[in-house]
Design a protein around this ligand. Structure first.
Ligand code: GLA
Length: 721
């Protein structure tokens, strides 16, 4: 007994220490609540990856880094070793994390361990070239409770000559040596973002990336790797998310030596970042985690990290208010009378934040003009926005405003005054998309202009919220005003300045909240989540389509960030689903309404009011709770999700059936995460109380719901007794 107690004590003490170091063998062990990660220095001085998986409590178990034997003159030992942050040099012909060219043309770089420094949950390990004073400082941060770690690198040129960085990655991750792995990733396009893909990892390389200037609709910077057999509840999953809203790249590489390495950071496409002596480049954070209990646990770990550590206000952030946005109802036809009428109707439904979308500024009557001229349109708002905002506030709602500050229409005063502010290659075409051009936000004057525009709007009108949009990808990303070798810094500096503006705005206006939108879900990643409160998930608001978009979104991002609107039918692809179905789909994220409220019938108003008030009761559970994806729209005619409040007091289960055939019953929902010993009172979405049931029964025998016909839906609240 006493021995057991001692062991438990010891284990607790060890696991409480998030960073351990064994000086004699030069091994580090990073510990989180659910995982451990280890690396060490080889006798040659190479930093090698040693372990990533379930929690270890004994650093002595981790074998020290060692030098492998060459297999042949074609397979040198460097190719066989799992170098933690390899640079291109010597005999390393795989995807390395750093590649440079010196001013004199020398391109060889071999990094060896130099020193390290640990403080609290942070560790930095400095690697240095074997000859020159070029360093990579690897920064690790352990989020012990959240069960995650983060990594990034600072590349420092302390040498006497200039260098150009051609590849700067944040980190390389290794899953245990072997094959038979499977990659899960998110891909899509405009109005069809974050679709889940699963495919075997074969020898060779798979690249997920954006070359578009922003995060992109096509791929999202998130990955998960399992042994080919994990599901939502079971199996080992290694996963990561890159915090960058510009050109990014994640490569997944299986070598002939049974290594599987995932390397991510700045996209190497068109990348060249000069560093003069004394300068440094910081790469974005790359967060990584290991879950023993399937994709569900992997998502919950990442959600917890975002909510507690990534988002601007961390765990003190408020739940997202219910929002109304008139875009789909009015498009560009906004004016004080129309917005006031909608605001009055929205307030009656229980809406808390009224957002006026595109069309309120400059000569913005269509998407052909106005972007860049952020003065209030005098025809639409003869008295400015003050009157409308006062009305909205008087109705008990906050006010929010749509902006797209990085863009300019050629038909605008801004473009006529500053044609040079647009990214361009002199004398070559300036390609328009949606009739607009992209300002070169890498420029300091453009950054200051955008900050001033936004700052003045909030200072003048004291509203609560910006919906910050970005409605096109880059083209001709030239920056002719700077030296030729500095022009490609645009890819990186653009994003830093975008972040800086939001950071300064938030510091100056403490109550200000920001939504990231880019033609729907084009700018969603852990980088932007450091500065915004929610994101616009997709311009596709069709409820059935949304189920798959939202499922993919939930793999990587918490429901609190997932803006989801109820809109009118028939929607995007001509489909009509019942209003209740549309509400319940949207209530799985941050609920908004985008319908034309002028067309709502009395019955619609009654149902909408009931749903908004139900949402307010459950939103803590949805937005901050643990998500269990019970049935996937990819594999079942029924989609079901369970959200469980942290303390287990309340759970909410949503279920949707898109097509019932042959009078069959919907699948049983086996709930997860409940207390088997507790008794739960079930309540249907309309308030009907059902029988009381134990957690054990709900998880083992399941919840049997009635879902009949096409697009039937329901929600069940479970209150622990
Ligand atoms: C983008 C956004 C929409 C809306 C329009 C306005 O498409 O994603 O929600 O704001 O722009 O032009």
């Amino acid at each position: 007994m006493r021995l057991v107690a001692l062991f438990t004590l010891l284990a607790a003490a060890v696991s409480a220490q998030s960073i351990q170091y064994d000086e004699s063998r030069k091994v580090w062990l990073l510990n989180t609540r659910v995982s451990s990660y280890a690396m060490g220095v080889s006798p040659e001085g190479q930093l090698q990856h040693l372990y990533w998986g379930g929690p270890l409590w004994r650093i002595a178990d981790v074998p020290a880094a060692s030098r492998k034997e060459d297999i042949s003159s074609f397979d040198p030992h460097e190719m066989l070793e799992n170098e933690e942050f390899a640079s291109w040099g010597g005999k390393r012909f795989y995807e390395t994390a750093l590649k440079v060219t010196r001013a004199d043309g020398d391109r060889d770089l071999v990094l060896h361990y130099q020193s390290h420094h640990a403080e609290g949950d942070k560790l930095s390990i400095t690697l240095k070239d074997i000859k020159d004073d070029i360093e990579a400082v690897l920064e690790y941060r352990v989020f012990a409770e959240a069960g995650m770690i983060s990594r990034r690198a600072l590349i420092r040129n302390k040498s006497k000559q200039a260098i150009t960085i051609e590849s700067a990655q944040s980190a390389t991750w290794y899953v245990p040596p072997g094959d038979g792995y499977r990659l899960t990733y998110l891909s899509g396009r405009w109005a069809a973002e974050t679709q889940v893909n699963r495919e075997p990892v074969h020898e060779g390389m798979k690249v997920l990336e954006s070359r578009l200037g922003h995060t992109g609709h096509n791929f999202n910077p998130w990955f998960a790797i399992d042994r080919g057999e994990a599901n939502e509840e079971h199996g080992s999953v290694w996963f990561g998310a890159l915090a960058w809203s510009g050109n990014w790249r994640i490569s997944v590489e299986q070598t002939p030596y049974n290594q599987v390495r995932v390397t991510g950071g700045f996209n190497t496409f068109d990348f060249a970042y000069p560093l003069k002596p004394g300068e440094q480049l910081e790469t974005p954070e790359f967060y990584g985690g290991y879950a023993a209990n399937g994709f569900g646990e992997a998502s919950r770990l990442l959600h917890g990290l975002e909510l507690d550590h990534v988002q601007p206000q961390g765990s003190t952030a408020r739940a997202r208010p219910v929002l109304y946005n008139s875009w789909e109802a009015t498009e560009f036809n906004v004016d004080e009378a129309g917005q006031t009428a909608l605001a009055q109707k929205a307030a009656k439904l229980g809406v808390e934040l009224m957002v006026m979308d595109d069309g309120w500024f400059g000569k913005r009557n269509t998407d052909h003009a106005g972007l860049g001229d952020w003065g209030v349109n005098p025809q639409k708002f003869p008295n400015g926005l003050g009157g409308l905002i006062k009305t909205v506030n008087g109705l008990g709602m906050d006010f929010g405003l749509w902006v797209e500050p990085e863009m300019v229409n050629p038909d605008s005063d801004l473009y006529r005054t500053h044609p040079d502010w647009v990214m361009n290659f002199p004398g070559r075409p300036r390609s328009e998309l949606r009739n607009q051009l992209v300002l070169n936000l890498a420029r300091e004057d453009v950054k200051e202009y955008i900050f001033d525009v936004l700052d003045k709007l909030v200072t003048t009108y004291k509203f609560r919220y910006f919906k910050w949009d970005m409605n096109r990808i880059f083209a001709e990303p030239g920056w002719p005003e700077v030296a030729a070798d500095a022009q490609r810094e645009l890819w990186v500096k653009y994003v830093w300045n975008y972040y800086e503006i939001m950071d300064r705005l938030r510091k100056k206006h403490r109550n200000l909240e920001i939504e990231s939108c880019s033609g729907g879900g084009g700018r969603i990643d852990l980088g932007v989540l450091q500065y915004v409160d929610e994101v616009w998930t997709s311009d596709n608001t069709e409820a059935f389509d949304r189920l798959k978009i939202q499922e993919g979104f939930s793999m990587a991002y918490a429901a609190k960030f997932m803006s989801a609107w109820v809109t009118d039918v028939p929607n995007m692809n001509g489909r009509s689903t019942p209003l209740r179905y549309r509400f319940l789909v949207a209530m799985q994220g941050a609920l908004g309404i985008g319908s034309n409220l002028n067309k709502f019938t009395d019955e619609d108003i009654k149902l909408a009011t009931q749903m908004v008030s139900l949402y307010k009761r459950i939103r803590e559970t949805v937005q901050f709770g643990g998500l269990y994806r019970l049935l996937s729209p990819r594999t079942s005619d029924t989609t079901a999700n369970e959200y469980l409040l942290k303390d287990g007091r309340e759970a909410v289960v949503f279920a949707f059936r898109h097509s019932q055939q042959y009078n069959t019953e919907p699948p049983t929902l086996y709930l997860q995460g409940l207390d088997p010993k507790a008794v739960y009172q079930a309540e249907l979405w309309d308030g009907t109380l059902m029988e009381k049931t134990s957690g054990a029964y709900l998880m083992q025998s399941g919840l049997h719901l009635r879902l009949h016909g096409d697009f039937d839906s329901t929600a069940v609240l479970l209150h622990r007794q």
